[in-house]
Each structure stands twice: as structure tokens, then as C-alpha cells.
Design a protein around this ligand. Sequence first.
Ligand code: BGC
Length: 741
Amino acid sequence: MIKYLKTDPWLVIEEGFEAKHHRSSESIFSLGNGTFGQRACHEEKYSGPTLQGSYVAGVYYPDKTRVGWWKNGYPEYFAKVLNSTNWTGIDIQIDGEELDLAKLEVSEFRRVLNMKEGTLTRSFVVHLNESMIGFRDGGRSKQMKVEVTRFISMADYETAAIRYSLTPLNFSGEVTFSPYLDGDVKNHDSNYDEKFWIEVSKSVQEGEGVLVTRTKKTDFELAVAMNCVLEGARWQTSMDYSLVRSTATVKADKGKEIVFYKYIGLVSSLNYSPGVCAESAVKAAKRAKENGFEKMHAAHIAKWASIWDLADIRIDGDAEAQQGIRFNIFHLNQTYTGEDARLNIGPKGFTGEKYGGSTYWDTEAYCIPFYMATKDAQVARQLLVYRYNQLGKAIENAEKLGFENGAALYPMVTMNGEECHNEWEITFEEIHRNGAIAYAIYNYITYTGDKEYLAQYGWDVLLGIARFWSQRIHWSEDKQKYVMLGVTGPNEYENNVNNNWYTNYIAVWCMKYCGEVLEYIKKNHPSAYAEKAAKYHFEEEKEVARWKDIEAKMYYPTKEGTKIFLQQDGFLDKELRSAASLPSNQRPINQHWSWDRILRSCFIKQADVLQGLYFFEEHFDKQVLKENFDFYEPMTVHESSLSPCVHSILACSLGYDEKAYEMYLRTARLDLDDYNHEAHEGLHITSRAGTWMSVVQGFGGMRVYDGKLQFNARLPKQWKGFAFNILHNGKRVHVEVDANG
Ligand code: BGC
């Protein structure tokens, strides 16, 4: 745990500048509006360690795969979310000296993320090195007060604005502002150290400029325009490869504030034809400037107010828990707004590069419930349609691996439906992801009652998935049961195992659910059924018979004499010990142990059997849940951000209040307190939705059975009360829990 931020219900506050925290802060204080986003890098030059990162939703590059030893079936590329034009840059000189926090003394540093208003501010006093005043008195450095506010508009998705103010505290002199747009940027995770962008066009004139860049191979165009305001400025312009810059020097009088504004317009060929990107970006920047900072900011804050009005969760009497949950809700809303079916939710959102900004099973398993309950049902539907649109690619993906007859294997990692992941144990084996995609359809239908979706899109996806499982499972003569060999379950700390209980269970459930939906469509939408049956060459009798046979004779490993489901056939051969027995200097084990040692150990990265018991809680009695939780949780090291939330929810169901609270804090403050020492790489955006689930489904005990809401709330003793809203069937439900019930 690394704790350096102050606690506040609506703010994240960093006081005092320490370079060692800067990269983590760049992630934590990131801003975004679903369309684009920026790490909280300093606007002015910073020569210390930094991960300059600016990302645009849906714009990616197929970076050629890099692996040690090629295996048949590996994807050719890994689709990366692209580090793109840096639009925040403003170089500052004070009396000719560069403002660079890595080189100058800084006092009163305060960086604040205002989550209520979606605004990032920084203020500090900088002490210059080179030019001193009052030499005769032993010399005092010149001091400049700096105050910066920036936001990415939620009200106008193509714009952002920065207000940068300087006040000389003890001298008069001059300052130079040099705002720029820099498209000559690189992904830090580029496989071959290659740049992904080329310059297309640029132009610059007094305080204004536009830069158009294009991705190699995928041909996405990105146009970014700036429009700057500085009273009394006489701008000079300059250009370089993929760079436009304007520079102006103005007088700075002691005690008098100088305010500079940089308005940004940003569009891509995702929404405009390439020929008009430049002019559209210029128009957007102009629109921002004409509105002015205050008006634009007010509209942005109003949009956030409407988001919070529904999505906020109030926790009384526990400031850390309160800040944690708002931090999560804030980042989820910054990452995905649900207006575009081509977009999805990358595990790091706009806060970093690892995981490539691509789509994982995280969306279906963790994010859908949050978006379903805090937004119009249309938003979750979009996320489902995203997978429907990629069904063809999922079928091709399965074909590459030798499956046939329309079997679909959705990718573990994707941007456009093609598999990008290139580790055999995940690409080929972590097939449980198919189950989560089917489960999300079920979850959506249960919550919204939108059964039309099944006839329109849902069954197509379910059929492809059911066909995959029916081919992947085979008959074991020895066991006289159906089995599934060579898989990796959600716990990635075991690979190539046989009969992972979770995968076996969800596979059979998928076939069963597909059969049920089939009956529904046949009865209620006969012509849709006839059309689909012909389209997919569906041999109903034969295929359904196979699903049923598998359902009747599937093998599920269990521990004799108990209700414990085994994570896999060989699990009990392991040396079983609790994670508490691990010395703290060996944790997280993935940063200290060799991979083979991890694989041989009993330690569990994230919920596996328990993931199944979470999804299918109503299939099992409490005793089953208790025995499995008591057996697995102590061996779980929670080294995936997706782990603590599921455990918190299950602990609530079992009345394990302390455990539920411990797991809640861990999920809610995972990045704020940097539990896994990796916040500098970016935030764990998808698991933020899990935190929301741990309040609403965990402490709130919300379940939906047959379209009906049910609550079974528990109040942690650390809290005085809590409250949340959900949207259900178009109605807003407000839930308030306190010590009286
Ligand atoms: C987890 C996966 C998850 C991925 C992206 C991994 O560490 O084990 O379950 O899909 O991160 O969040």
C-alpha cells in the first residue's frame, strides 16, 4: 500500500510535490469524457519521470506481435490504444528560465481532482534558480505562483480547456507562454519501438494551430486544434515534424495575475470523414473559445451534476470508503458513456497503456451491472450489441483453432473482434470468457426484461457460444462423463488444467440457456427463428440433443465428503497453505516469484470457483457457498483487481462482515492506495465497476429474480449509513440504509 493522498468526500488531494509519486498521480488524476482522455501530466515541461499519455476512444494500432516462440494460432498483432497528440503542452519561461518542476524548488504544491465537477487543478509556488533578486541581502529566489485548471468537456465531447495563471510574488519581469500540439509521440509499450503515427497536415497562426496525424496501417485520422488567449500577446509561430507551436512573451508585474487559456478541439475519422477532420477540429476549438472558459466549465459541471444525481453513492461516517466509491464512479463515467456501439471499456481506460485499451471479459462480467443500473438500458444494450457485431469474427477465431459449424470463440482481448492476446495459456485456454458473454445477455434480460433483444441479436451469440462448448467438451471413456481438458480458469495462476469447475459449469449453463432462449424464440418469434435457423444451418434436434446429453453427464470435480467444488482435477495435490503464511516481502507474488513456482502453488489470483458461485448464487444453498468460500478465500492473493469485489459480495451474503469490509476497502481504494504497486501504469478501470457492485449487491444485497428487485442490506459497523440509486424498468429507486434498517 502506498498512501500519500488526502481524504475528502469529493476531492482527491495531493499536497507537496514528490517526483516519486508523479507517475502514479498522472494516472490517478486522469481526465476523460468517453471520447478522449489524458493522464494528468504537467502542462509545462517536466524532465523527470513521466508517462505522457493522451488517448482517443476507438483509435488503435495493430502492433506486430512479439513473442519468444511462435505458436500456431497466435494472432498477428496486439491492438493498442494509441498514445496520440499531446494537446496539454504549454512550455513556460520566466525571465528566460524554463519552468520545470524536476529542476526547480516548489512549495505549497497542491494537485486536486474535483470529482464532483470533473476538474483537475494544480497550484504551487515555484522558486527560480538562476536569476536572484536582492543579491546584497544574500540573494532570494524569484517566486512565481502558478495555478492551473483543466477539464475535458462532458457537455461537448470534442473539446477541452486549460486555464493557466501566473502571479509573480516578489518581482516584476516577463513570462513566455509557448503552447503547442505535438503529434510526434510514441506508445511506451510499442513492441518494436516503432512510432504509430505519421503527420498528415498542420497549420499555425497567432495562438491558433491545427495538427492532423494518421495511424499507419489502420488509417485513423486524428485532428487536434488549439485556440489560445493571452492578453497583450504578440504571437510568433513555429513548426516541426508533427508539431505546431505559438509563442508569446508578456510583461509580468509583481502581484498581478496573468491568465492564459488554451482551448482544444479534437475529432477523429471515427466520426468525420478524413477530408473534414481538420476543419471540424478547428471549429470545435473555436466554439470552445467563443463560449469562454467559465461558460464552458459551467456546462461541463452541469453535465457531471446530472451524472452524479443518479450514480452517486453516499457513505456516512467513513471518509475513506466515501472517497473510494466516488473515485470509482467518477472514472467509470469518464471512460465510457455508452453512446457509440463501436466503443467498449478498456481495463485501463484513458489512464495508461498496459492491456492496450482493448475489450476483455471484464466488460461482461463486471461492468454491465454498473451501466445497467446507473444509465438508460440502452447503454448496456450497446455493450451487448458490440459483441453481436463481432460474432462473425468470433466464428473465424474459432475456425482458426479447428472448430466448425458456426462455433464462436470470442477473443480474450480485442479491438475489432479479432483476437490480440498472444500467450497460449490465455489465447487458447482462457475460454471461460465465452461464458461471461452469454451470462451478460442473461443478466441484461433478467434486469431489463428486454426479451426482444434475444430474438433480434441475443440468440445468435448464444448459439455460436453453445456450439463452441459442445465441440470443446468431449466424452471420457474412463470417467464415463463429459470432460474439458487443457484450460485456464479465471485464476491465471494455474494453466493447462483439466476440468476447471468454473469453466465446466458455465459451459453447460450456456448450452442450457441457449436451449431455453431457443424455445422462447420459437414460440414468440417464429419467423425470426426460421430465418436464423436457416442462416446458421441449425440442426435443432441433433444439436439440442448433444447439449442435453452433456448437461446430464458432465463431470464436475468435487472434494469427497464435502460440498467443495475443485478448481481443477489436480488441485488437492497441491501443498495447501494460506496466503497469510506468505511473508509480506514476497507479496505480490507475481512480482517476487518465478512463474513456475506460482503455477505449482495453491495461491489463487482471483475468484475462480467463487466467480461461479457469484454468478449462479441462486443455484446453490448457503452451505455450499460457505464451504467453498472458507476453503478458497484464505488461499487467494487478490493479485487481480477483479478479485476483492466478488469476495466482498459473497462475504456479505455469508454475514462475514469484517471480511466484506476489508475486501471492500481493498477494491474501492485499490488505486488510490496503490495496493499492488502499479498505479503508475494506469488505473484498473474495469474493476472499478466491481467496487460499485460490492456496495449495491454486497452491502445493499440487491438481486434481481424474475425481473423483481430484492434487497437484503447489511451495514458495516464502520459506516453510519449509505445510500444509492438505481434505474430499473425506467423507474428510479432510491435505497437508504442506516442502523435502523
Ligand atoms: C485478469 C483478467 C482480466 C485482465 C484485464 C488480468 O490480470 O486476470 O481476468 O481480464 O487482467 O483486467
